[in-house]
Design a protein around this ligand. Structure first.
Ligand SMILES: Cc1ncc(COP(=O)(O)O)c(C=O)c1O
Length: 451
């Protein structure tokens, strides 16, 4: 384990000091790293992205058959991209700065099957594991329709295998729903902050839910340990899995298709700026990798984290990655943002992708909830609070003249910008719980500091 420098030395960096005070904070790359160089330096093989896309296509008939909410897309898992002009106008008024360009929302909150960005990665890994087991058993060939997995012969094999995962909620939900559908014995280790409805839903599908008194890292560790003891159990590692990462990255080419269909140009004169809520980092990291492959230097990726749990910002800023936790700088790691209460970042993402992450912002729970309330009032869209973490991003960029200058974001270029706030979760939240979030958010709108 890396030796931590002493706290005083760490706090000598004004960004780390602001993180330690749980203040909202933003810091950006000093200069651009060319996307091609960033991809090469990551050491991650770009071929995993096309492989994941092909796997999702192969499984489309299986999804269409097993999950009613995918029938309308013939089994393709996709979420809409929607313009949010009223939210843009409202936020411009509240921040006191007109946002040039256009503000959009990527609605992964309404992704089919499990209603969050984690569905892309979690489902992908389960499909890959199922295919591998069936292929190794000589019961599946590459050209086979994925529905072969439901034949009694393959089911007899899959039911002998287990899948385990540690999760704050949405990853567990994604894995649990799909793995149980495929016949795996599925165990989800959940941290204490996971919502009761997620545990209930999983149990109703026959998933074993193990509750842990500790935090996210403890739940992951417990899952890893039980899987190590039993070779028939596959452990999905939220902190380090490339299969998860590949699933998230598949979002990028689809987004490119959506933008193209709407005749939205993306190039260096028409930048795409994406704001991604970050927990352990896999979801935003995978999407960033896919986007940089797809759009090169024309895309900017900004990660958004809660002020009490800014693990990725801290890990990258200090260069310590998973060797430092937010608790090491005195933070409690507690946040109302489901899925973002992560104290230690993924090293896979922090270390290997750091050059591709263009900026880091943190946001208080109050402002996150206020954004969520405003989105309800202006656009009639309900997402979970964590999914609203990115909304301050465009205004944080506008006020950072060093970044604007270093990345060539002149007023003329900014006028052509496409800003996408990635809404990462929400549609599975029970109505009563969502109504509670909305009411709380609405009550906060006039009580938080804007500007
Ligand atoms: C709603 C939501 N948004 C964002 C994230 C962040 O994803 P990651 O932990 O991969 O960074 C999560 C993680 O569970 C989530 O549930």
């Amino acid at each position: 384990m890396t030796q931590l420098p002493d706290l005083e030395q760490l706090l000598g960096d004004p960004v780390v000091a602001a993180l330690a005070r749980a203040e909202e904070n933003a810091w950006f790359a000093a200069s651009p790293t060319e996307a091609t160089a960033g991809i090469k330096d990551s050491g991650i093989d770009p071929a995993i992205v096309a492989d994941a896309q092909a796997r999702f296509r192969r499984f489309a008939p299986w999804f269409a058959e097993r999950f009613g909410d995918t029938r309308a897309t013939h089994g393709i898992l996709e979420s809409p991209l929607v313009g949010i002009p009223d939210m843009q106008a409202e936020l411009s008024a509240r921040f006191g700065t007109e946002l040039p360009g256009k503000l959009w929302l990527k609605r992964d909150d309404s992704l089919p099957v499990s209603g969050s960005i984690k569905a892309r990665g979690g489902i992908h890994e389960v499909l890959q594991v199922a295919e591998r087991i069936a292929t190794d058993a000589g019961l599946m060939k590459p050209e086979d329709d994925a529905r072969v997995l439901m034949t009694p012969e393959v089911q007899a094999v899959l039911t002998q295998h287990g899948i385990a995962v540690g999760s704050t909620g949405n990853l567990g939900l994604s894995i649990g729903i799909v793995a149980s559908e495929l016949g795996f014995k599925t165990t989800v280790h959940m941290s204490m902050d996971a919502r009761a409805w997620k545990k209930d839903l999983l149990r109703s599908r026959g998933v074993e839910v193990v509750e842990h008194a500790g935090n996210f890292s403890d739940a992951v560790e417990a899952g890893r340990k039980t899987a190590e003891e039993d070779p028939s159990v596959w452990f999905v590692d939220d902190e380090a899995s490339l299969m998860l990462f590949a699933g998230y990255s598949a979002a990028a080419s689809r987004l490119a298709g959506q933008l193209k269909a709407m005749e939205i140009t993306v190039d260096e004169q028409h930048p795409l700026i994406v704001y991604l809520p970050c927990g352990v980092g896999g979801g935003p990291g995978g999407v960033t990798f896919g986007l940089k492959l797809e759009f090169g230097d024309a895309v900017h990726c900004v990660f958004a984290e809660p002020t009490h749990s800014p693990c990725m910002s801290l890990g990258v800023r200090t260069g310590l990655h998973d060797a430092i936790s937010v608790q090491d700088i005195g933070l409690d790691g507690k946040t109302a943002a489901d899925g973002l209460a992560v104290g230690r970042p993924s090293r896979l993402v922090g270390e290997h992708l750091q050059q591709m992450i263009d900026g880091f912002i943190t946001i208080t729970d109050e402002r996150m909830k206020a954004f969520q309330g405003l989105l309800h009032d202006t656009e009639g869209i309900d997402i979970e609070p964590s999914a609203a973490a990115g909304f301050a991003g465009p205004w944080r960029i506008l006020e950072n003249h060093d970044y604007l200058n270093a990345f060539g974001l002149t007023p003329q270029v900014l006028a052509n910008a496409t800003h996408i706030v990635w809404a990462t979760g929400g549609s599975m939240v029970p109505a009563a719980e969502m109504a509670g979030y909305v009411a709380e958010g609405q009550a906060l709108v006039d009580n938080v500091i804007w500007g």
